[in-house]
Ligand binder design. Structure first.
Ligand code: SAM
Ligand code: SF4
Length: 508
C-alpha cells in the first residue's frame, strides 16, 4: 500500500479521520491506492494527513448487519459476498433493518429512479444515526462509485463509501472505519480472486461472476464508468467456485457478467484459428462435467458478440438451459447506431432464428429502452414491431434516463417526460400480452421444474423454475407419499399460464 495524492481533477478515493458531524473538504487528504497494473493515475507525492484525534473503536464494531440490494443480479451476487465477509468478521444477520448495527446499501445508478430510491432509504438511517452514533452506514455499489467523495458531502453521516471493485476488500475497509476514519474506496483496482465465502440467499441456485466491468460504450449507459474495465476471472478459479457450490449441494449456477460474451477477451492465449483461447463457449465446455450441478445459465448476452459457436454449445451441452437474455434496446437501426450498440435488427433477428433452429422452445428475454433522445414515433413503433415479430417471453422495459458522464445525457433532443410515460405504458401492455400468449405453449406440457422452496405468499405451494426460466407454482399434494426436497427436479403438468408465471401439478 502506498500513500499518494491523486493527480488531476478526479479524486478517486480518500480516508479521513472524522470530525463527527462535518466533512473537512478543504484539508489535504490521504489517498490510499493499491498499486496494480490497472491504476493509471497516481503520483508518488506524500501528503499531509489531517491531524485530528481518532475516534476510539468501541465494542459495537461487531453486532448485527443489514444489507439492502438495489439493481441487477451482479449487485445481488456482490451483496452475498459482502454478507459472507460480515459473517466471517462476527456480524450476524439482523432481523430488522432498523435494529441493525451496520446497514449496507448496495446501490444502483442505472436510472435516476434507482438512485433516488437509495437516497430515500438513506434518509431514514441518517435519522437513526443521530441518536445512535455507533451505527455504521455503508454505501456500496454503483452509486457509491459514481458519487464518491461528493456523497460524503451530501451525507456526512456515512462511514464507508465503496465502489463495486472493492467488494472483496470490505473487511479491510471496515477495519479502517473502526479506527475512526470515514473511508471512500472508489479507485480503479484489480479485483483479486474472491477469498470469502458468499452468504448466499439460495441454497439451490448460485450466482458466479465470471467477468467484471464492461468495455462497451453504449451512449446511454453508466455501467462502464462505475464498474470499470473488463476483468475476466481465470477458468480454473471459476471451476473451483462451482465445484464448491456443487459440494454444498447447489444444483444450478448462473454465470454473470455485464457483457458475458466479452468473457476471456482480456485473458492470455489464442487458438490456432486465431480466436481467444478462453471464450464463454470454451468455459461452458470446461465446467459442464461438474457432478451435482444440473443446470447452467448465463447472463447478460450482447447481440454484437453472440456467436453461432455459443448457440451450438448450448444445444450440445445438456445442462445449459434453453433461456437466452439478449437485450436489443431498440427495434430501429438508426437508434441502435446512436446508442452505439454495434448491431442491426437484421443481425439480432438472425441470432434468434439460429437459436430457434436448434432449440425451438427456447425462451428469449430482453431489455428495451423507449424514448431515447430523438426517438421519433415511427422509430418507437419499430420497437413495438420487433417485440411482436420475435414473440419475446419477457422484455424488461425502461424509459430512457439521462445518466452522468454518458454522451446521450447532454444531447439537446431529449424526449418529454409525458411522452416517455405514454410509450412506457404502451410497451408494457404489449409485453404483458406477448408474454401471456407466448406462455400458452406450456399449457398441458410436462415441464421439469427445479424446486427452489415454498411459495412465500402461499405455503401450500412449492415453487421453482422450468429450464426456460419460467417461475412455476405447484400445489403440494395432500397425499403424504409424495416426498420431495428443495433442489429436486420434478415433472410438472402445467395447467395455468399467466404473463409472468405458470402453475401446475406434480405428475409421477
Ligand atoms: N449489458 C447489458 C446490455 O448490453 O444490454 C445491459 C446491462 S444494464 C445494467 C441493464 C439494462 O438497463 C440495460 O439493458 C438497459 O435496458 C437499461 N438501461 C441502461 N442504461 C439506461 C438508461 N440510461 N436509461 C434507461 N435504461 C437504461
Ligand atoms: Fe452498459 Fe452497453 Fe456495457 Fe451493457 S454493454 S453494460 S448497456 S455499456
Amino acid at each position: 500500500m502506498v500513500k499518494a495524492v491523486a493527480c488531476g481533477a478526479a479524486i478517486r478515493g480518500f480516508e479521513s479521520p472524522r470530525s463527527p458531524s462535518k466533512i473537512r473538504t478543504q484539508d489535504y487528504l490521504t489517498f490510499n491506492f493499491e498499486l496494480t497494473s490497472l491504476n493509471k493515475t497516481f503520483c508518488n507525492v506524500l501528503t499531509k494527513t489531517i491531524q485530528e484525534e481518532k475516534k476510539t473503536p468501541t465494542d459495537s464494531s461487531i453486532g448485527s448487519y443489514w444489507i439492502t440490494t438495489f439493481g441487477c443480479q451482479m449487485n445481488k451476487a456482490d451483496s452475498e459476498r459482502m454478507a459472507g465477509t460480515l459473517e466471517k468478521m462476527g456480524y450476524s444477520k439482523a432481523i430488522d433493518e432498523f435494529k441493525a448495527d451496520l446497514v449496507l446499501y448496495n446501490t444502483c445508478t442505472i436510472r435516476d429512479s434507482a438512485q433516488q430510491k437509495v437516497y430515500s432509504f438513506l434518509g431514514k438511517q441518517i435519522k437513526r444515526k443521530h441518536s445512535l452514533p455507533n451505527l455504521k452506514l455503508v454505501v456500496a455499489g454503483c452509486l457509491a462509485q459514481q458519487e464518491g467523495e461528493s456523497l460524503l458531502r451530501r451525507v456526512p453521516e456515512l462511514d464507508l463509501i465503496m465502489g463495486p471493485q472493492h467488494v472483496n476488500n470490505l473487511e479491510n475497509l471496515l477495519e479502517r472505519v473502526d479506527s475512526g476514519n470515514q473511508v471512500v474506496a472508489t479507485e480503479e483496482t484489480f479485483i483479486s480472486e474472491d477469498i470469502t465465502n458468499a452468504r448466499r440467499d439460495s441454497s439451490i441456485c448460485g450466482w458466479v461472476n465470471i467477468i467484471y466491468g464492461c468495455n462497451e460504450r453504449c451512449s446511454y449507459c453508466v455501467v462502464p464508468s462505475v464498474r470499470g474495465k473488463e476483468q475476466s476471472r481465470y477458468p480454473d478459479a471459476i471451476r473451483s467456485e462451482i465445484q464448491t457450490l456443487a459440494n454444498n449441494n447447489y444444483k444450478e449456477i448462473t454465470l454473470l457478467g455485464q457483457n458475458i460474451d466479452a468473457y476471456g477477451r482480456d485473458l492470455p492465449g489464442s487458438t490456432k484459428e486465431g480466436r481467444k483461447k478462453n471464450t464463454l463457449t470454451d468455459l461452458l465446455y470446461f465446467i459442464h462435467d461438474i457432478d451435482g450441478i444440473r443446470r447452467i445459465r448465463f447472463s447478460t448476452s450482447h447481440p454484437k458478440y453472440f456467436s453461432k459457436r455459443l448457440i451450438k454449445a448450448c444445444y450440445e451441452l445438456d445442462k445449459v438451459c434453453e433461456h437466452f437474455h439478449i437485450p436489443f434496446q431498440s427495434g430501429n437501426d438508426e437508434i441502435l447506431r446512436l446508442m452505439a450498440r454495434g448491431y442491426t435488427i437484421d443481425k439480432y433477428k438472425k441470432i434468434i432464428e439460429n437459436i430457434r433452429i436448434l432449440m425451438p422452445n427456447a425462451s428469449i428475454t430482453a431489455d428495451a429502452i423507449v424514448a431515447f433522445p430523438g426517438e421519433t414515433e415511427n422509430q418507437y413503433k419499430d420497437t413495438l414491431k420487433l417485440i411482436s415479430d420475435i414473440g419475446f417471453d419477457q422484455v424488461m422495459t425502461a424509459a430512457y434516463s439521462p445518466r452522468p458522464n454518458t454522451p446521450a445525457a447532454i444531447w439537446n433532443n431529449q424526449i418529454a417526460e409525458s411522452v416517455k410515460k405514454e410509450r412506457l405504458k404502451e410497451i408494457n401492455e404489449l409485453v404483458e400480452n406477448t408474454s401471456r400468449k407466448r406462455n400458452q405453449r406450456y399449457l398441458n406440457n410436462i415441464e421439469s421444474v427445479l424446486i427452489e422452496g415454498l411459495n412465500p405468499k402461499n405455503t401450500s405451494q412449492i415453487m421453482g423454475r422450468t429450464r426456460t426460466n419460467r417461475l412455476t407454482f405447484i400445489e403440494i399434494p395432500k397425499n403424504t407419499e409424495f416426498k420431495y426436497e428443495f433442489g429436486d427436479e420434478i415433472n410438472v403438468k402445467i395447467n395455468e399460464a399467466r404473463s409472468f408465471s405458470l402453475s401446475g401439478q406434480i405428475c409421477n
